[in-house]
Each structure stands twice: as C-alpha cells, then as structure tokens.
Design a protein around this ligand. Structure first.
Ligand SMILES: [Zn+2]
Length: 705
C-alpha cells in the first residue's frame, strides 16, 4: 500500500468495554470437563450452580496470550446481564431458526470432530453448555440439517430426543427432553453424538485433483448464514453467542485450522495414523462463525499476530500479497478500538470458495482470486479485518438486520482506505458501491421487498436474500448520516461508541437507531428529518443519492465515454498510455462503466485488447469484467477463456455473471449450459444452489453429469 496521504484525524481512543467474563480452570478440571471419554462424570444440574461459583475474576486482557498459559482451557461464559440479558429480554424470534433461545442460551460448545475423507463425513460429539432462562426448564430444541443423531444425554444421563419434520431451508428441529428440571440460571451440559451428511450444506469436500497440490484431499466449511446446523446441532441463530473448544482428528499428513486460537496438536491416542489438533475460542461468538479447514496446509508468519495459511503452492505468494495486514490491523484499531481476537490469520482457500472473503474469527478465509500480485485487491482484507468489530464483536440479531454487520463493515473498510490512501479514494470506492447497489436493485427488481435495507425474512431462505443491498444501501445510509451529523471524524466517533456499547452482544436495527438518537442527542431535530421508513422498509434505491467526489472517477468516465462514442475511424486515437496512469481500481471502474452501456462493437474490444492487453491482466476483478465485456460484444475466440475463468472458481460474484453472459450468446448457450452443469458439482453447495437458482438452469440434468 502507498504511504499515508490525508490520514484521518484520530478519533478518541477509548478502550472497548471490559470483555465478558471468561473462566479459567485448573488444567485438571478443564481436561475433565472436555474429556472425550463417555464415562466422564458430569455434574448434575444442582451441582452445576455450585460449580459456577468457581468462576475466576474477569481477565484484564481478552484472549490470546494470557489464556494461552493454561493449555486446553477455555470455558463457558458466566451469565452476565450486560452481555447476555439483551438476548433474552428483547429477542422475539429468529425466522431462520427452530431453536428455543428465548428459553435457554448456549454458553459454550466443546467439539470432538473426526474428519473422515473416505466417506465425506464428520463423526462428532458436541457438548453444549446451556443456561436455562426460565424456571421448570425441561426441554430444548436445537437446529440440525441432514445430521444423523446417534445419542443425546444431559449431564451424563440419557435424554429422549425426537426429530421434527424437515423444513426446506431451516433443516430439522432436534427436540430434546431433559431427564430433570432446571431453574432459571442453571446450566446443563447437553451431549449429542452424531454424524454429518456427505451433502452437508456447510461443508465442501475436495478430491486431490481439485486442489493445487493434487496429492491430498481438502475440506472447508462455510457456515454463514444458516449452515452451521449441517455441521453441528446447535442454536444456529446469530442472537446466541458462545465460546468454543475443539479437538479435531485428521489423517496425520494433513493440517486442521479453525476460527479460533491454535492450542497444540498431538498424535491421535486412538489411531496413530492420525493427528489431533486443538483449538480454543475464548471470545463469545455466534455459530455462523465456526469454521474448519483441513488440507495439506502450510503457513508463513507475516506479522506479530498474523500468519498466512494455504497449500504450499500459494503460500509465498499469499505472504507477499498480504504483507500489509498488520498495518491495516493497526489502522482499524485506531478507528474502532482494540482487536480482541488475539491472532489474525488469513487462509487462502482453493478456487471453489464461494465468497471473496469470510470473516471467521482469528482466521479470515480468502479466495485465491485476491492474489493479484500487486496488493491491489487487499481492500477485501480491510473488509474482513473490519468485521472483527462489526459483525463478529457486534452482531446482527437475525439475518433481517444483516445490514448492521455489512453496512458498518463497508463503512469501516472505507475508513481504513481513507487512512491508508486518501479521502478521494474512499469517495471513489463509495461511488463504485452505489453502482453495485444499482446492479442488485436491477437484478432483484426495484419493487422487490428483498431490496429493503431491513427485509422481512419470514419464510425466506437467507441465501436467496443475499445481495449487495445490506452492504451498499447500509453504507449509503451511514454516509448520508455522516454528512448530516458533521463529517467523517464525528460520525466515526459514533460508530466506535456503538461498537463499545454493544460489544459481545447481538443487536437489532431498533437498538442501533435508539443508540444513534442517544449519541447525537443534540442533533435529534436533524435525525427526525431523515425518512427512516424510505431508507429501511421501502424497496429500491435509497431516497437520497449522496454526492461523491468524482476526482478519481472522472478519468474513468472520460475514457469510457471516449470508447462508447468512438467510430471505427477514431480507433487509432487509443493508445497504451491511456491506462498507464490509472490505478487497478480505476481500470476496474472503467470496465464497469462500459458494462453498463450497450455492448461495444467487436472492432472496439479487439482494438482495446491490442492497446491495453487486458488478456494479460492477473487481477481477477479486471479479468472478469474484461471477459464479460468481450463476450457481450460477441468475441467468439474469448468464449473459452470466459468459460475457463467461470469454471476455475466458485466465487459466485464472477461465476454467475460470466456464465450468464455466455448463456446469452446464443451460439454458445448449449456449450455453456453443459460446462456449467459439470462445474456445479465441484462447487460449494451454497454456491451451487445460488447459481442454479439465479441462472434458472434445468438442474435435473446435473445428476447425469
Ligand atoms: Zn462482509
């Protein structure tokens, strides 16, 4: 990254509120608590309360170094009204979950996972430490999807369980009857032994041929939004936050990593051809942030709290691409407060990972399409780093409030861009975001209620609702408020204060808005003039279009318009030097502008290749837009390149539009459909479902491919 230009004036650097009280036990107690042995003597419900009195005083530091002194120790969070009371008092319902979180909440998970690459399943046992929120508590419901439940017990006593009817996207409720009553505030350890399905929606199993190294298989998970239940029976709602500990057994040539602090490894005592990796996550987090990867992984240290992980083939490239990570982390801390998660590692996945990045705590997942060679796509890392505060520390209470996660994260990501680049750069990225929003609104339809900032997701699969809307409509609202309230420094003060106020909890839009009115109590008159209903509950584009600074965009607009207006005889005026002074971000913008116009004549795109040589670009954001442009202009020779790019990865941002463009090319439509159907089987289940719905391909054919 270039040096700081126009660095933001530092906002007050308040400490984040004290963390929730985590518990450190003596190693002996801890080992017993997490003993994988079935004969473990678990405390009865009555004893549980006494055990709670052993809670240590809260630690001054949040996690990491200090708790690292007690290997294997990480424990349930004590009931703490400042942390958890909000869940039980304001939580009405989560339309995407069956679990009974108004009556009880999970405080801790203890996982034992046995990863079976032969059968593509995880054999597992989970112990959930559950706190009753009401008296005479005797039954609870967990979310599951396609899990084979073997047995359930409560504090070591067998418990009756039944599976409810399967729902199309919510999965199957697991109803558990406890063999005893609990009083409000008591804990029970519910132990479920189970096995995942080979088609678990959270898991993608890759054959050795699908990896870079070609020798070892690979497994990765993607739990957001509601897929954790296909990996772990749990209260799969972002309104519930818990710590976790995990022991993962894998073939000994492979390495496991999770969204947690690494806590050592050893030969599997049950099978010396396998290794057990241990992890602890002492910061309470929602189930959708549990993540696991198993593969032939290597790592490189790139900073005092950062390593990059990937297959050997990409690891050095990744280390170089993400070398500015510590700098970004420090910038984010200046803006938002201390980083509480200890380690910040980046894992570069195989190309079939469906998203640009996923903010799994301690271990951001990143697509290999970020490896542009020139650090030009590192804003995705700035985005994932920002989630360490907005999303992971302060979490949307249900997926209807997803904009609280993503809108604030885009806002923070662009504030990092402002610090590391310039205010003009932030404005430029904001303008690009407005266009992404317009694209989403066009795709969904301007009267589609899923384009509301706060959509009603009753009976709606959150995957179907996924779009740029929560990101960019959310950002646009925050930017609009920033202008009304007095500028970036003033408004960043609010965002930081909001993070401190709601750290470690899950919030609704109402709670956010109430806090906004409290924080800006002297400016309530201005806030009352905002058309909140139009912003939040009305489909389509926002009621106010912000006026962004166009300095960096002007060069892109001018060049794009020159191409649009050029006649054949004008083509000789285009030169290589046209794009020499443009940054990668500006070239991406230039191509995006052309994609909003009617297709260029074929002569034009051929000339563009001759003078700019975009085929040679290693930046996937450039390459993807360029290939789309060429296919739209009916450049037949580039269709194979477009299909190759679409099939080399699962990143739906690229895959969907590239396939759609080739489908629209009548002559190549059948070819594209058959390539697509073959490719779909190699995709992550989430992407495969999204792509097939979006492109409306007859997926019944896919079984024969
Ligand atoms: Zn995000």
């Amino acid at each position: 990254m270039p040096g700081r230009t126009g660095a933001v004036k530092r906002v007050h650097h308040d400490r984040i509120r004290a963390p929730p009280k985590t518990v450190l036990r003596s190693p002996i107690t801890a080992r017993r608590l997490w003993s994988p042995l079935p004969e473990r003597a678990a405390p009865a419900a009555g004893q549980q309360k006494n055990r709670d009195q052993n809670f240590a005083e809260p630690q001054a530091d949040v996690c990491g170094a200090r708790s690292g002194t007690s290997p294997g120790v990480c424990a349930p969070v004590r009931s703490d009204s400042a942390v958890s009371g909000r869940i039980s008092t304001t939580m009405a319902s989560d339309p995407c979950s069956f679990s009974s979180f108004t009556r009880c909440v999970t405080r801790h998970l203890n996982l034992h996972l046995h990863v079976d690459f032969d059968r593509h399943v995880i054999r597992a046992k989970v112990e959930l430490t559950v706190e009753a929120l009401e008296d005479r508590f005797t039954a609870l419901t967990l979310d599951t999807r396609d899990l084979k439940i073997v047995s359930v017990s409560a504090n070591g006593q067998a418990a009756r369980f039944t599976m409810g009817p399967k729902h199309s996207f919510k999965g199957t409720p697991l109803d558990i009857k406890l063999p005893f009553d609990l009083s409000r505030g008591q804990h029970v350890i519910v132990e479920v032994t189970y096995e995942t399905s080979p088609s678990a929606s959270a898991l993608q199993w890759l054959t050795p041929e699908q990896t870079a190294g070609k020798k070892q298989p690979y497994l990765f998970s993607q739990c957001q939004a509601h897929h954790c239940r296909s990996m772990i029976p749990c209260q799969d709602s972002p309104s519930v936050k818990h710590t976790y500990y995990a022991q993962v057994s894998v073939p000994k040539d492979l390495v496991a990593v999770m969204s947690a602090m690494r806590d050592g490894q050893e030969v599997d005592p049950q099978d010396n051809s396998r290794a057990v990796f241990r992890f602890r996550q002492p910061v309470p987090m929602p189930s959708y942030l549990i993540a696991i990867v198993v593969g032939a992984l290597e790592s490189r240290e790139i900073g005092p709290r950062t390593r990059v992980w990937s297959e050997e083939e990409f690891v050095d490239k990744a280390a170089s691409e993400f070398s500015e990570t510590e700098n970004m982390l420090k910038t984010a801390e200046d803006l938002a407060g201390p980083y509480v998660w200890g380690q910040y590692d980046i894992l570069v996945l195989p190309p079939s990972f469906p998203y640009g990045g996923m903010e799994n705590p301690c271990l951001t997942f990143a697509t290999p399409t970020l490896l542009a060679g020139d650090k030009s796509l590192s804003n995705v890392i700035a985005h994932e780093i920002s989630h360490s505060w907005t999303g992971n520390l302060v979490t949307n209470q249900t997926w209807e409030h997803f904009w609280l996660n993503e809108g604030h994260t885009v806002y923070l990501e662009r504030m990092i861009g402002r610090c590391l680049e310039s205010e003009q750069f932030r404005q430029f990225k904001a303008m690009g975001g407005w266009k992404d929003l317009q694209d989403s609104v066009n795709t969904f339809g301007a009267d589609n209620p899923l384009t509301n900032l706060v959509p009603n997701l009753q009976d709606v699969d959150p995957d179907d609702a996924f779009s740029s809307v929560p990101y960019e409509k959310g950002f646009a609202l925050l930017y609009h408020l920033e202008e009304l309230m007095g500028g970036p420094e003033v408004f960043m003060g609010f965002v930081k204060s909001y993070i401190q106020r709601f750290a470690y909890s899950s919030v609704t839009t109402d709670e956010w808005k109430n806090y906004l009115f409290t924080y800006f109590k002297d400016k309530v008159d201005i806030l009352n003039k905002v058309d909140w209903n139009a912003w939040m509950f009305t489909p389509g584009m926002p009621p106010v279009k912000p006026q962004y600074d166009t300095t960096l965009a002007d060069a892109c607009i001018t060049l794009a318009q020159k191409w649009v207006k050029a006649k054949d005889q004008d083509l000789s005026s285009f030169k290589e030097s046209d794009v020499k002074t443009l940054s990668s971000h500006q070239i991406i913008e230039f191509l995006s502008l052309l994609l909003q116009e009617d297709p260029l004549p074929l002569t034009h795109v051929k000339k563009m290749q001759e003078v700019y040589d975009l085929n040679a670009s290693m930046n996937s954001e450039i390459r993807f837009r360029w290939l789309r442009l060429c296919v739209r202009s009916r450049w037949e020779e580039l269709v194979p390149l477009a299909l190759k790019m679409a099939t080399e990865q699962g990143r739906m941002k690229f895959t969907r539009p590239l396939f759609r463009e080739v489908f629209n090319f009548e002559k190549h439509c059948d070819e594209a459909v058959s390539v697509f159907l073959a490719h779909r089987t190699a995709m992550h289940p989430v992407t495969a479902g999204l792509v097939s719905k979006d492109l409306k391909v007859d997926t019944s054919k896919s079984t024969s491919l």
